[in-house]
Design a protein around this ligand. Sequence first.
Ligand code: F6R
Length: 360
Amino acid sequence: QKGGHKHFMIKEIFEQPKVIADCLAGRVDLKTGTVRLPELEGLTSPKRLHIVACGTSFHAGLWGMNLLESWARIPVRVEIASEFRYRDLLLDEDDVILAISQSGETADTLAGIRRAKQMGASVIGLCNVVGSSVARESDHVIYTQAGPEISVASTKAMCSQLTALYLLALHWGAQKGTLSAEVTQQGIAAVHELPGLLDAELPAMRERSKELARKYSGVSSFMYLGRGLNFPLALEGALKLKEISYIHAEGYASGEMKHGPIALIERDFPTFALAMRDDLLPKVKSNLEEVQARDGRIIALTNPGLDMGVDDAWVIPEVWGPLSAFLALPCLQLFAYEVADYLGKDVDQPRNLAKSVTVE
Ligand code: F6R
């Protein structure tokens, strides 16, 4: 059942190359450089998009917002479902809700869908479980096709959600003409290469995560920092660590550090930084210098050729544009997994948590 692995979580982390390939299958045409999403037939690109989700699915939504705004020029809000459902909402026929849910049974997400529909908005469900409540109640459904996720901590489902969001942004960008055919083609060719690349990298990532887990598992708190597309990943890294290892972790936007949390930094409150090459890297570097000035130790997930000058650089290959998330995410998951396993925690069944949250 666990395919020779010790836990479902590690099995599911290693399934991610296949998850990306399965989510792409039939949806991208390499020859013509186009994305096909027949699930959205009859729906033009939204005037306003509201992404509604909880937990890890919410983090996927935050990441997707960046691509949808930049490629498809659609104004996007990303909302925690338990907040969205009770707000005095301003929605009408021009609004589209994108409900992201692995299980398709999350009570708050479902309630959000129902309210939005009452107000005339249309709903796209981005779900993993076929025939789930979210799938049944949405006007359009995009299935993530990640296969059953058994471990309570969500891993491969997020990978599949990111893949689908990436395709959605390419699709609407091409449909609206806000994204050039050239960039669309580049994006398709690059994502097509990902499964092979990730598959080749995962064993080394696991080794590195083990080394770092042994070094850092004695601490009682961790800070996760990232900017831009890496900010949602910082939130996700912190969530993974806290939920399975019970080590306190905070995910923050790097630039927000100096507005409070920097007061916490000391030697035994290390930082896990997402410091891959992008336009914001110089800013991230200066944030990390602020951490070092307070004696804070740093693990930096980074790319070849970047001298981060930190305690522990974790070097991963550089890939096209926003695709770095697909390499960073497994590193965050593996680090949390190895820390929890090293500490002897019940990785697949963390205390107080259920796989699908069907009550509010
Ligand atoms: C974290 C985790 C949860 C879920 C959240 C939403 O590892 O699993 O945060 O992501 O409960 O669940 P779905 O996506 O099923 O609506």
